[in-house]
Design a protein around this ligand. Structure first.
Ligand code: NAD
Length: 299
């Protein structure tokens, strides 16, 4: 019996995650709609498959790292999807950030085939993917967590069990809502202070010992030059793209609507990030909200 691992979605995150599996001795079968992405992994020693269905026919564990819910639905449930040929007993770990209700839907389809689907979205960006230091937030049946953790540990440092399927996504999108709100708050605070004549490094250092302190002010400050080695000090390149943050805030709004939860700040954050996407910042890091506010300063 094969103990191969299948990997579907070999982009900014999935590519380096798959390389870590290879480097730690796993044989992997890969698929991506982009032939260049597949070629990069073949060059590292992976075996290419022509469809998700072909991947599923050759492995007993599958990891996917796709952009959004629609991609996950078609990859698993589509014509040449995983569920066409999945073997009973296969463990599926989907690390894409998607709608928690789609994770539940996939889990129920998987169980009809005798397979197990767990959601396992990640925190940590491309550097953490390359360095195998990701945090995985895992939802699904607890008895399956040991096997999930064993495989995810090859690509990450913290593997956290969050409860039933969909809970990993729930934690992930809640975190990203707070991250977006605090990033926008930090950016508008810094912008105002600087226009009041404050020096940004001094201002940040005081905030970071005062009650306004947060990850965005302290570790990922959006003002260029306050910190080194953050996207803000590198023309907002690399990091976590504004378009992906906008997608996550859209998932938050869907979840808030479905559960009748008031999220006034989250919905405003969504609108601001959508405007940024329409203002040429889609591919820039999400801390570029500072640049966006500056462009709207009334001089
Ligand atoms: P990406 O766009 O770089 O990669 C996605 C890959 O999936 C691409 O190679 C694309 O060709 C492939 N793909 C698209 N549709 C496909 C299909 N139907 N079948 C097979 N392959 C398909 O995105 P990414 O940055 O790697 O992000 C992936 C997921 O991880 C997203 O849900 C994102 O929100 C989440 N995430 C990203 C980061 C980050 O910092 N980039 C951090 C945490 C979580």
């Amino acid at each position: 019996p094969s103990t191969n691992v299948g990997f579907i979605g070999l982009g900014n995150m999935g590519g380096p995650m798959a390389v870590n599996l290879l480097n730690k001795g796993h044989s992997i079968v890969v698929y991506d709609v982009s032939s260049e992405a597949v070629k990069r992994l073949e060059d590292e020693g992976a075996v290419a498959a022509a469809s998700p269905s072909e991947v599923a026919s050759k492995v007993d564990r599958i990891i996917s790292m796709l952009p959004n819910s629609q991609h996950v639905r078609s990859c698993y449930g589509g014509d040449k999807g995983v569920f066409q040929s999945i073997r009973p007993g296969t463990l599926i770990l989907d690390s894409s950030t998607i709608d928690p209700s789609v994770s539940k839907e996939m889990a129920s389809l998987a169980s009809k085939k005798g397979a197990v689907f767990m959601d396992a979205p990640v925190s940590g960006g491309v550097n953490a993917a390359a360095g195998a230091t990701l945090t995985f937030m895992v939802g699904g049946e607890e008895k399956e967590f040991v096997a999930a953790k064993e495989l995810l540990s090859v690509m990450g440092k913290n593997i956290v069990y969050c409860g039933e399927v969909g809970n990993g996504q729930a934690v992930k999108i809640c975190n990203n809502m707070l991250l977006a709100i605090t990033m926008i708050g930090t950016a508008e605070t810094m912008n105002l202070g600087m226009r009041l004549g404050l020096e940004p490094k001094l201002m940040a250092s005081i905030i970071n010992t005062a009650s306004g302190r947060c990850w965005a002010s302290e570790v990922y400050n959006p003002v260029p030059g306050v910190l080194e080695n953050v996207p803000a000090s590198n023309d907002y390149q690399g990091g976590f793209g504004t378009a992906l943050m906008t997608k996550d805030l859209g998932l938050v709004q869907g979840a808030a609507t479905a559960t009748h939860s008031p999220t006034p700040m989250g919905s405003l954050a969504h609108q601001i990030y959508r405007m940024m996407c329409n203002s040429g910042l889609a591919e820039k890091d999400f801390s570029s909200v500072y640049q966006f506010l500056q462009e709207n300063n009334n001089n």
